[in-house]
Design a protein around this ligand. Sequence first.
Ligand code: GDD
Ligand code: MN
Length: 355
Amino acid sequence: MDISIIVPSRNEGVNVELLSERILRSMPDTVSYEIMFVDDSDDETVRRLEGLARSDSRIRYLHRDNGSGLSTAILEGFAIAQGDWFIVMDADMQHPPESLPRVIEAIRLEGADIIVPSRFIPGGSDGGLNVWRKLVSWTARMMARMSLRKVRSITDPTSGYFAVRRQAAFSKELNPIGWKILLEILARSEYNKVVEIPYSFEARDLGSSKFNWKEQANYVRHLIRLVGNSEPDLRFWKFCAVGLSGVIVNSTCYVLLVTAGLPIAYSFIIATLVATINNFTWNNTFTWKHAKTDSLWYRMLKFSIVSLGGLGVSTLVVDGSHRLLDFHYLFSGLTGIVVSTGWNFAMNSIWTFRT
Ligand code: GDD
Ligand code: MN
């Protein structure tokens, strides 16, 4: 068997029949495949699946009585599917089956382990969502791409439509929360190459979307967990936490020294030195705990140079954005903080604590 098309379904009614018909019509004759529905319906959809399975030996279904959600349905599909490749697509034809030949061509020609049909590369389109859902979907994608390195270059990581090679799908135990199993695979599985191909996401004709607020909350929980389990992705947030501790140390010292009667300038210099030592110590033992290539003193020197550089760069940005771009001074200040955080993190990653 070459390919298992895995279709999660819940209360899709006649859609499962229309979809099967369109898949059977679209699939090239040269490929051996099965259509595997994993169904959590509590309506007459099950009866239709029964009929479909009887009418064509390529169609199978698994009905779950206490099904717990979309991602686990897909995982159960993986477990019983027989193909070398799994293609996951929705039952409501928003992922048009006519695009399957292109997916199969990509499987054959690209030497990839994962194929993601994307709405957001040239040739693709995103006609299937209303404005509100488009915004939610955009936000979700940006959050994922900003916080997970392995997802950064993928334009449609929240797609419900994708193909994955059997070995890649089973390379890690997957434990997704909610809907976005592709995100879990991209972030955690072992694979070499991902290829995106364009497709157009169509509007839903029949039935209604099962997407809701609970799934949005699940998405955020899922993403936080994926970041938490990924050392390199977590590092930036650790670095921000250390930075915040530095601000607290700095201001506390400053207030204490000034109250003790030291001149303001001296107080500020000492407070900044103490905060720098605080930040270095935490970054050295917590943020980059495995990076121990140079001697401690050399690392500390590099850290200080990077911090001074950050001060220089952000000062230019604060001053420039205020004077040349007319930013409000508070907004300029904020921009400066963002720029220096980015600079310090990047330089410390590639130089001070390079691994
Ligand atoms: N087995 C099972 N169990 N299937 C489910 C469940 C469930 O609890 N909930 C939903 N499904 C099935 C639906 O029957 C449908 O086939 C598919 O999962 C997607 O559900 P929709 O309700 O149609 O979701 P959507 O159209 O709002 O969003 C889809 O498309 C987006 C773009 O690709 C999803 O696939 C999103 O994940 C995706 O981002
Ligand atoms: Mn849909």
